[in-house]
Design a protein around this ligand. Structure first.
Ligand code: FER
Length: 344
């Protein structure tokens, strides 16, 4: 029993793959401390304590995160599989009311009495709500393996679409999605699945922003930048992948719009985080790099490092990476996602 207790490094009264993975990382000095996963971290909603600013979760950040593809085994079926459900919801923010759908990834062992971090993830141009989890299977397999191996805590991932029958072109739909997201999608999802939002009121959704991320690829990265511009009070983490912020014509203008949103948000630098990524052969590379180079000079709102205990903004680049979801983008998520959700 003593050896068992010692091996239970996450202190959840069981020795699972998660513990062994953490021990492995500890032995090769990839990790200095263990993630606790004890029951009280996931209290039923009605007993949830107000969040304290103190960060009790010391993640072993690198300050200069490097691109690394996931292990090849992550592309195989995982022995511990989450599920993907279709969620239908109404949206009333367009000229006519619409019924839309999104897909929701629930981690292996999802338990509605626990609370989960949540990430919303937007497809690229020409895609739809099925693209990420149904038309490709890599993201689902990556999440399963990452959770089983303790790369990330169990979490919920939602894939909606910016497409809508009442809207206009894809770019406009992408830029405007934050409105539907705040008013209709967040309440539909978080009223049904167990997140840190204690209710679906705007106030409670905002109060749980440190447990919520938005990511997107390509035209979906544009959605993510516009979520940064408009919805920071709902999202603490934004992860734009292979797309820049089309809110200006020059890098200077784009960076200024993003910095001004941060300035006007009322949040301090340790309350919003940007994990950006692309490849050097990606069609988004030059525009993204140029925008980010200017953002690096805006040191009143952005501190450039991947150590999010010290800064709030990073650009991961993959030498030779192209605009290819299954080939590169999923690996940016593999690299970047573990860096989110520690700064509560
Ligand atoms: C970008 C490069 C490409 C970008 C979007 C795209 C938002 C989208 C291309 C497409 O959908 O064809 O920097 O930023």
């Amino acid at each position: 029993p003593q050896a068992f207790r010692a091996a239970d490094v996450d202190e959840n009264e069981g020795v699972e793959a998660v513990d062994l993975r953490q021990l492995q990382d500890f032995l090769i000095e990839k990790r200095k401390q263990f993630h606790r996963n004890a029951p009280e971290k996931s209290l039923p909603k009605q007993n949830a304590e107000p969040e304290t600013p103190e960060n009790t979760d010391s993640f072993p950040y690198s300050d200069a995160l490097q691109y690394k593809a996931a292990p090849a085994s992550y592309r195989q079926d995982c022995p511990q599989q989450g599920t993907v459900e279709r969620l239908s919801y109404q949206t009333t923010v367009y000229s006519s009311n619409l019924t839309k759908s999104a897909y929701v990834y629930l981690p292996y062992g999802y338990d509605s009495s626990k609370q989960y971090d949540i990430m919303y993830m937007m497809h690229g141009g020409g895609g739809n709500e099925s693209s990420i989890f149904l038309e490709s299977s890599v993201m689902k397999k990556y999440l399963d393996h990452m959770i089983m191996n303790g790369d990330i805590e169990p979490m919920i991932v939602v894939t909606p679409t910016f497409n809508n029958a009442a809207g206009s072109d894809m770019t406009t739909n992408s830029k405007n999605f934050w409105n539907e997201l705040e008013k209709d999608l967040l309440p539909a999802v978080e009223g049904k699945y167990s997140t840190y939002a204690v209710s679906t009121s705007a106030a409670d959704l905002k109060a749980s922003r440190s447990h919520r991320a938005f990511s997107g690829f390509s035209l979906g990265a544009l959605t993510a930048w516009y979520v940064f511009l408009n919805s920071l009070d709902y999202f603490q983490y934004i992860m734009p992948l292979s797309g820049d912020c089309w809110a200006g014509n020059t890098a200077q203008e784009k960076a200024t719009v993003v910095a001004d949103a941060a300035r006007q948000s009322g949040y301090s630098r340790d309350e919003y985080f940007l994990m950006c990524a692309t490849g050097t052969k990606d069609i988004a590379y030059a525009a993204m790099r140029d925008q980010i180079e200017v953002m690096k000079t805006m040191t009143d709102v952005f501190t450039y490092t991947s150590d999010f205990s010290k800064g709030n903004f990073y650009f991961l680049t993959c030498e030779g990476g192209t605009h290819y979801w299954d080939g590169y983008i999923v690996d940016y998520i593999y690299d970047g996602l573990p860096y989110l959700f520690h700064e509560n």
